[in-house]
Design a protein around this ligand. Structure first.
Ligand code: PLP
Length: 447
């Protein structure tokens, strides 16, 4: 190897150039980096040694809090014992154990589980399953997919096609064919400062009938929505909206997919939004809270009829679904997930979130009347603060809040001019007080 080539492999701890950071203003970040070096319970520690209170559970994922010994021990044990096992035509016990536990957490006959490594993969898996299911049932014309404006379903081509956030779509070409979008469910005039689900907006589900009339049900495979739209800035389903979607899907033989990547694993104070809203979809996608963010893992639940349709469509010695990932049901991820589920159960964290939710709601709505705050939204342990954008400078005000909160020891998340909050479910009331004390102080200082 030449000296020059060797030099290019020299590690450069102070050079931040090589890492192309995701969903980040790279140049701005690298000019003034924010680095975490450790985390425990409700706090991160920065490289300068400052404690930062986590009001976002990382990226909506660390529901059990940080540095949980039970998870680290399970992961260490597993990696020492069985570091990897192929998932195609081979298995290992923890995968089956985990799938059984996950199936038992879902209502009704959502009783088969497919493993992925992320929310994006879960979504693409679900969309592929929906199309292939109809074909297996002899209805191969059902190929169209329906998403929703402002929806976020990850970054795969399937996910951005059914998703509805323009910046995530506009530079990536023509995307998937045959996709329609329902209107989003947010209306500031009708819903501002609603506590919990807004009363206005169930009629927006009727748009599905319009799309069915346009294409005919025989061409439509599935509708995918987030029960609560998270990444776009917390848009809550109007009362009765999800029930209506379910009825219309049933009427036309369309599969309903709930993307529960954010709402799953206790975020709303129940195991899943499916349970919270009492609406059973045909397919559910998840990730994040499955391992409390510790090891990448996602999963997809399907109803028994869907699994059975695949089993019936192929001879017993044939592969029924030509889909999967090298790391599907990775043993280390399974160990992390099993330990995480133990923590959720042993500490009754979903009920804890449910009990904490009214305090959370009260604290959030205490910001009403604060300068620039044009809406406050909440459900379970999710909250959003919408700020009036600075004319001509969308996103700038909220990002300023993000930077100032970080300086004051609080991690929040912003999207557009909306601040989204989703603390770990181990939060104490004192953490909630601290979150809103810092926020209210910071909001008063913004332009
Ligand atoms: C509803 C929803 N679906 C899918 C995803 C994508 O998950 P991942 O980033 O793990 O691919 C996210 C991520 O925030 C999400 O909120």
């Amino acid at each position: 190897m030449s000296a020059q080539a060797a030099a290019s492999f020299e590690p450069s701890p102070n050079n931040m150039e090589a890492f192309w950071m995701p969903f980040t203003a790279n140049r701005q970040f690298k000019s003034k980096p924010r680095l975490f070096v450790s985390a425990e319970n409700m706090h991160y520690t920065t490289i300068e040694g400052r404690k930062v209170l986590d009001a976002t559970a990382g990226l909506w994922c660390c529901n059990a809090g940080h540095g949980r010994k039970k998870i680290t021990e399970a992961v260490s044990k597993q990696i020492a014992n069985l570091d990897y096992a192929p998932a195609f035509q081979m298995g290992h016990p923890a995968a089956f154990q985990l799938a059984s536990r996950l199936a038992a957490m879902m209502p009704g006959d959502l009783d088969h589980v497919f493993f992925t490594n992320s929310g994006s993969e879960s979504v693409d898996t679900a969309l592929k399953m929906a199309i292939a299911y109809h074909r297996a049932k002899g209805q191969g014309t059902r190929q169209r997919l329906i998403g929703r404006e402002r929806g976020y379903h990850g970054v795969g081509f399937g996910g951005i096609s059914v998703g509805g956030i323009v910046s995530n779509r506009k530079v990536f070409g023509s995307l998937l064919n045959g996709v329609d979008h329902l209107p989003h469910t947010f209306n500031l005039k009708e819903q501002a400062f609603s506590r919990g689900q807004p009363a206005w907006g169930a009629h927006l589900a009727d748009e599905l009938e319009r799309i069915v009339t346009l294409h005919d049900a025989s061409n439509i495979a599935a509708v995918i929505v987030e029960p609560v739209a998270g990444s776009t800035g917390v848009l809550l389903p109007p009362q009765g909206y999800l029930q209506k979607l379910r009825q219309i899907c049933d009427k036309h033989g369309i599969l309903l997919i709930f993307d529960e990547v954010i709402t799953g694993f206790g975020r709303l104070g129940k195991s899943f939004a499916t349970e919270y809203f009492g609406v059973q979809p045909d397919i559910v996608t998840s990730a994040k809270g499955l391992t409390s963010g510790t090891i990448p893992m996602g999963c997809v639940w399907v109803r028994k009829g869907i699994y059975d349709a695949f089993m019936d469509s192929a001879a017993e010695n044939m592969i029924e679904l030509f889909h999967g990932y090298t790391y599907s049901a990775h043993p280390v991820a399974c160990a992390a997930a099993l330990a995480t589920l133990d923590i959720y159960k042993d500490e009754d964290l979903f009920n804890r979130a449910n009990e904490l939710a009214p305090y959370w709601e009260e604290a959030l709505h205490g910001l009403k009347g604060t300068k620039n705050v044009i809406d406050l939204r909440n459900l379970g342990m999710i909250g959003a603060i919408e700020l009036e954008p600075i004319p001509g400078k969308p996103t700038a005000r909220a990002f300023d809040a993000f930077l100032k909160c970080y300086e004051k020891g609080l991690l929040i998340r912003t999207t557009g001019d909306i601040i989204a909050l989703s603390p770990p479910l181990i939060a104490e009331k004192s953490h909630i007080d601290q979150i809103f004390d810092i926020l209210s102080g910071v909001l008063k200082t913004l332009d």
